[in-house]
Each structure stands twice: as C-alpha cells, then as structure tokens.
Design a binder for this molecule. Structure first.
Ligand code: SAM
Length: 277
C-alpha cells in the first residue's frame, strides 16, 4: 500500500515512521510512504503557499494552485476531468483532506482504507485549505477527533499508522487487527455449550480488556488471580466481563452498535446494578 502526504512541513515526518510496526512494514515492502513539500509546487520567489481569506477574518488560507500542482504531480485528476496517469502504480488513489470539519476517522473507516492501494493525504495549516481543493480533488474529508490541531500532519500520521497496521501481512497475527478495541463483529462472539464466551479478545465493537504482566504484585496491587490459574474458560469469561465493564464505564455509546450475546446482556445488567466501577 502506498501513502503520499502533502505538507508544508515535510520535516515533521522525519522519524515518525521509523519505529516499530510502521518501520517494519516499509522494510518488508508492504507499505511505502512519500512525503511531498508543498512549497516545491509554488512558482514565486517567496515560495508562497498561503493567502488572505476572501471576506476577511483571522489568519491565512492554503491557496489552491500549489495544492493542485502537488496533487496533479501525484497523478490525481480533478473530479470534473479525466484522471491523469497515476505516478505510483496504476491504482487510482483515494484523496483525503485532513480537517476538523471532516467526518470522524474511525476504525471502520480505517478498515475500508486498508483495502485501497493508494491514499493521498492533504495536510491543512493556518485557517485551513481553499475549499475548491476539497471539491475538485478530495474523495473524503476526515477529522481525527473533536478538537482543533494546528496542522493536518499529526492527523495524517494517525491515519497512516492506523490504516497500515490493517494491511494484510503487516501484523504478525492476521487476526489481531480484528480482535482489538473497535474490532469487527466476529462469529466467535457467542458462547460455547458451557456458556463461556468464545472470543478471547476485544471485538464486536467493544473496548479491549485490561492487560497485566509480571510482577504479580505491584505497589500493593495484585494482578487478577484468575489470569494466573491456567483455566482458559474462566479467563475468557473474566476478560469478556472486563470488556463490557470498560465499555460501559468509558464508552457506553459503543454498546448501542456492539455485537452482544444474551450472556453479555445479562452481564451488562449486573454491571449496571453494581454501578460498574
Ligand atoms: N479553521 C479550521 C476550523 O475551525 O475547522 C481549523 C484549521 S486548523 C488550525 C489547521 C489544519 O489542521 C486544518 O486545515 C486541518 O488540516 C488540521 N486539523 C485541525 N484539526 C483537525 C482534526 N481534528 N482532524 C484532522 N485535521 C485537523
């Protein structure tokens, strides 16, 4: 999978993709990332990328011509005329404008993007990007959360990191992307004959369960005994309960869309009655 990022601060990305899974995915040729300096697509002595907003108001706006030049150099055509030959491979890229005004970037969106061969990310700065770039070139406008960043670079890095780990082959265990917080609904979500949850992991739209490692006791707090007794049925039951507890406490909104078994619903009722702390 190929990511191209258009930014006025290419140096921002130095180092950010050189660690852990992202570094390995690139080294193994599963993912490649190109960072493009918007100023290389300016034609004046000062390499100007911004201008004052029409209608007045605070700040500056990224002007359209350099952005159009950068996108077209990457083979992105406007939606009103034919696409040019793409620069990397022959896949038509999905073009994303990072924006606080965008649709929420969620794990479900990441899963869809991971199926695409090429993604181009446009990082805004100042008061944002001339809207005609969005209208002419972008397939989607994405926000990474309900807050305002000073630029789209952090958001682009978040999108690249989240999407690339869902590209087949990037995570060691193929399934692990599904069995995390916000994972897809899976057929194992139900219970076995003994009523024990089959799924070991956070999935079906719930948050993941809490993790513990050695030492067994840390500053007076013991790790749950159930995780150390080797009884996998008990462990699965405990973990499912913890997922439900955490989701109820921190993200009750997720429960509306989650895939829940009858056992889950009973557990939730108990947790609600207990006050779920
Ligand atoms: N005036 C804009 C507004 O209120 O919506 C905010 C502009 S912000 C200071 C500059 C740039 O940061 C935006 O063009 C966008 O690329 C990026 N940005 C800010 N918040 C973001 C968010 N929550 N998600 C994605 N990108 C964001």
């Amino acid at each position: 999978m190929r990511f191209d990022i258009i930014t006025i601060f290419p140096g921002f990305f130095a180092g950010i993709f050189e660690h852990g899974i992202v570094r390995r995915a690139q080294a193994e040729g599963l993912v490649s990332i190109g960072v493009h300096d918007l100023r290389n697509f300016t034609h004046d002595r000062h390499r100007t990328v911004d201008d004052r907003p029409f209608g007045g108001g605070e700040g500056m706006v990224l002007k359209p011509e350099p952005l159009a030049g950068a996108l077209e150099a990457l083979g992105v055509g406007t939606k009103v005329r034919d696409q040019k030959e793409p620069a990397h491979g022959n896949a038509t890229p999905i073009v994303i404008l990072l924006s606080a005004q965008g649709k929420p970037f969620t794990q479900a969106v990441a899963r869809e993007l991971a199926k695409v061969e090429r993604v181009v990310l446009v990082c805004g700065r100042y008061e944002g990007v001339d809207e005609r770039i969005n209208e002419l070139y972008c397939d989607m406008e994405l926000s990474i959360g309900d807050y305002v960043l000073s630029g789209g670079e952090l958001a682009a890095a978040v999108v690249v990191d989240t999407v690339m780990r869902l590209v087949p082959g990037v995570l060691g265990n193929e399934a692990s992307g599904e069995f995390e917080s916000f994972g897809v609904a899976d057929t194992e979500i139900g219970t076995d004959e003994e009523g024990v949850p089959r799924s070991q992991h956070g999935s079906g739209g719930l948050l993941d369960y809490p993790q513990f490692t050695r030492p067994p006791e840390f500053r007076g707090l013991a790790a749950p005994q159930v995780l150390m007794n080797g009884d996998h049925q008990q462990i699965r039951r405990w973990r499912r309960r913890q997922q439900l507890r955490k989701t109820l406490r921190n993200r009750p909104d997720l429960l509306e869309q989650a895939t829940l078994s009858d056992e889950d619903r009973r557990t939730l009722e108990e947790l609600r009655n207990e006050g779920a702390k």
